[in-house]
Structures are given as C-alpha cells and as structure tokens.
Write a protein that binds this ligand. Structure first.
Ligand SMILES: Cc1ncc(COP(=O)(O)O)c(C=O)c1O
Length: 436
C-alpha cells in the first residue's frame, strides 16, 4: 500500500499546470466525471471513440469474445481476427488486401516502415514537418511536431527519417494564389526533397491524408494526386496514416478515399475499435504482402490483433456501416457552416479548416492572423487558446488542443446530431468571449 496521498497514476501528455479530469462513465457523445458533472465529449477523448461511448453491440461482441477465448497468440489466428482482416481489406482502396495487426498507431507506423524498408531495400522514410505519427522511439522520430520529436531525439538517434513541408500550415512558404497552385508548389517541393535525399535511398513517404492534431488540414485539390505521381516516378511507396483520419472521421472509411488516390499501405488504430480496446495495424498492397509472406516476418508483439480488440472492431465496423459514416457526411456541411459563421463573428479566429467531423478553429492576432503564442519558441508563455478550452469545459464541452497549441480541435463521436453541434459551438463562443 503506497504511503502517500498523491495520485500514483502519471497521465500521458502530463502537464503540472493542467488539472487532470477523472471520468467515470460515458453514454453516446457524453461523459461524466467523478463528481457527476456531465460533458459533451467533442473530441471523442483522443479522436478515437468514433461510435460513441457505451455502444451496447460493441460491448456484447467484446464480452462474447472474452467468454469464447479471450486471447490467442499473435503468431496463430482466430475467427475474429480473420473476419476483421477480410472486412478491412474489403473497405480499403485498391489492392490493399492484407493486414498485419499491431496494438497501437505508433506500432502500426513502425511496422509499416519496417515492411516498406525491407520491400524497397531502402533506408529512408519521408514524413512531414508538423505531422504526428506517435511517440514511441521510432514513431516519435517519424513525427514532425517538434514537441514530440524534440523530446525523442534528445536521447536517441532517429535514423533514416527526412522531413518535407505540408502543403497547408501556418507560415507556409507556399504562396500560390489558389489552392491548386499551392498544391503544385508543395508537390514540387516534395519532389525536390526526394531528388536531394536520393530516390534510391527512399523507401516511403508516410503522411496523414487529413492532418490530425497539427490542425485538421485537408490537402488542397490535386495535391495527393500529384504526390502519387511523384512516388510512382521515383519508385517510392506512399503510406497513408489513417490513425485519426480513418473509420468515418473524414466522412469515408479512410481519409485517403476523399481524394482520387490509392496508397500502397494504410496504417490504422484508434477508431478501428472505436477505442473500446487497443488495436492497430497495417493494410498493405497484395504484392508487398506477398513478399512478407514469401520471406517470413520474424517480428511481432504479444498483444497485436488481440481477439477482444478484433471483436470490438468487427462490431464497430457494423456501427459505421449502419449509419455512422452517413451521419458524418450529413453533418459535415452543417458543422463547417456553423464554425465559419463563428469565425465571422470573432476577429480572433484566424482560420477554420477540416473535413467530415474533424475540424480546427485556429486563433491569431486580428491584424496579422499570427498566433498569439508560438509554443515552439515560447513554451512557457501564457496561451489564451488554453483559456478558451477551459471556459468551454466550464460550459460543459470538451475540445482538443492542437500541436502547436494555437487552435481548438473538434472531433466528436460520429453519433452526434445538429443540436450537439449547436451546443459545442455555443460553448466555444462562450470561451472566446470570456478570453478575448
Ligand atoms: C495520425 C496519428 N498517427 C499515429 C498516432 C499514434 O497512435 P497511438 O497513440 O495509438 O500510438 C496518432 C495518435 O494520436 C495519430 O494521431
């Protein structure tokens, strides 16, 4: 028994300045804390409870699996795992017909780059500045957000990763007059990086199709189509990190489906089980998987493809099929117009961007649009954006903070309705009015 009254649990992304919320129950899009205060969970916890809390059919599928057989070695197989692999392959674009399961999104990305490097016999992977791909040692190196990568790289060499610029980001050097021109400039820049790194040394480009925690940025029209062409030209694989963007979040099964592009691999986690159990994985093109099968793959993890997680995922996929993705598609124009109208009413809102039910409201000085604080160089400065979220929480709505923390991120469960959007926007507006 511990001889102290301080909490023993150290939360992830822990900051001594922030209060740690303790939640004890959830239902649909709502969660309740230990004191009985209810919140509208407009961030689906960590962009992951896509089917909402306490979904009875997911719970039943998990209990059923636990009764049947709770665990089967990841070096063997079991019906729930095989069923899920088949269903994922059916939903994935093109010839992505084989699945290698993992436990988390970080590990899915690490597996994907290992497979890509072996298949291509090339050491490097290109990822974007400001991206987030996880925070274990290899995945943290893939991440382009300095808060994560800086911490990892202080003590560990992250070999074989080079960075390129995303098409849309604050202070971007791409200054085209139209989104199409920006897409062209950003794709030309990627080609420049590939040529300078040496095409033969590059196994893959790994990128989020719609940027997640860096700010819910969809790509400008034509960008991914051009990236696909460049990858083909230099024989580089394209890996779509769908850990946030997948499973209905952007209005389709995968975020990359919202462009006319087929990647060579997809990595997934979070929404695959609606976060009812940890599960991730890599969907790979058939011929890439054939190489893995031919040569064998003498790597693995005990809990990869956990049967209870697979059962949860099969039931979550039923829920997505039975109307949740459609609901996301239906609500997307409404959330967009409400957020844009909010932006019109408040000059501190610098930008609004997103896709499906993944949106960012970015804040900046009314005259310049520049963020109030550049958290990369002033990590300890007072940040009004945190105050906006705090007041919104006092008004009963939970939002996400981006990396960098210049924005409020919205990523509700896909089971919400219009009145939930109204409630969330009202709480956000209360936060803005109280802060500025
Ligand atoms: C796009 C993206 N990739 C990968 C990850 C890492 O996933 P996990 O936290 O399950 O390791 C995240 C987590 O937020 C993510 O947003």
């Amino acid at each position: 028994m511990a001889q102290t009254d301080r909490p023993q649990n150290i939360p992830h992304w822990y900051s001594p300045e922030s209060e740690v919320l303790s939640l004890s129950s959830g239902e649909g899009a709502r969660v309740t804390d230990d004191e009985g205060t209810e919140y509208l969970d407009f961030v689906a916890q960590l962009y992951c409870v896509n089917a909402g809390h306490s979904n009875e059919s997911i719970i039943q599928a998990m209990t059923g699996q636990a009764r049947q057989i709770p665990y089967v070695s990841s070096s063997k197989t079991t019906p729930a795992r095989d069923e899920l692999a088949g269903r994922l392959a059916e939903r994935a674009p093109g010839a992505l017909n084989d699945v290698f399961f993992s436990i988390s999104g970080s590990e899915a990305n690490e597996s994907a780059i290992q497979i890509a490097r072996e298949y291509q016999d090339a050491p490097k992977v290109l990822t974007r500045w400001r991206s987030y791909h996880g925070s274990t040692y290899a995945a943290g190196g893939l991440s382009g957000d300095p808060e994560t990568r800086g911490k990892i790289e202080r003590y560990a060499a992250t070999t074989g990763i080079a960075k390129f610029l995303p098409p849309l980001v604050h202070n971007s050097p791409f200054d085209g007059d139209t989104p199409e021109e920006i897409a062209q400039q950003a794709a030309d820049h990627l080609e420049f990086v590939i040529k300078n790194e040496g095409p033969d040394s590059i196994a893959a480009v790994l990128t989020e199709p719609v940027a997640g925690t860096s700010g819910a940025y969809p790509a400008p029209p034509g960008y991914f189509e051009r990236v696909r062409e460049i990858c083909d030209k230099y024989d580089v694989l394209l890996i779509s990190d769908e850990v946030i963007a997948g499973f209905g979040r952007c209005g389709d099964w995968f975020g990359i489906n919202t462009y006319d592009v087929e990647p060579d691999m997809i990595t997934f986690a979070k929404g695959v089980t609606s976060a009812y159990a940890p599960l991730g994985g890599v969907l790979a093109r058939e011929d890439i998987a054939a190489e893995v099968r031919k040569d064998g793959h003498d790597l693995g993890q005990t809990f990869a493809g956990h049967p209870v997680g697979c059962a949860a995922a099969n039931a979550a996929m039923d829920a997505y099929e039975d109307g949740l993705i459609e609901n996301c598609q239906e609500l997307a124009p409404y959330i967009e117009s409400e957020l844009r109208a909010l932006g019109e009413r408040h000059e501190e809102v610098a930008h609004v961007h997103g896709r499906g039910l993944l949106w960012s409201v970015e804040f900046g000085h009314p005259e310049t649009g520049e963020p109030f604080v550049d958290t990369r160089v002033e990590p300890d400065a007072d940040n009004p954006v945190g105050d906006v979220r705090e007041v919104a929480q006092e008004h009963g709505v939970l939002f996400g903070g981006g990396r960098p923390d210049t924005q409020v991120l919205l990523s509700p469960p896909l089971c919400i309705d219009r009145s939930d959007i109204d409630e969330a926007v009202a709480a956000l507006e209360a936060g803005i009015e109280a802060t500025f």
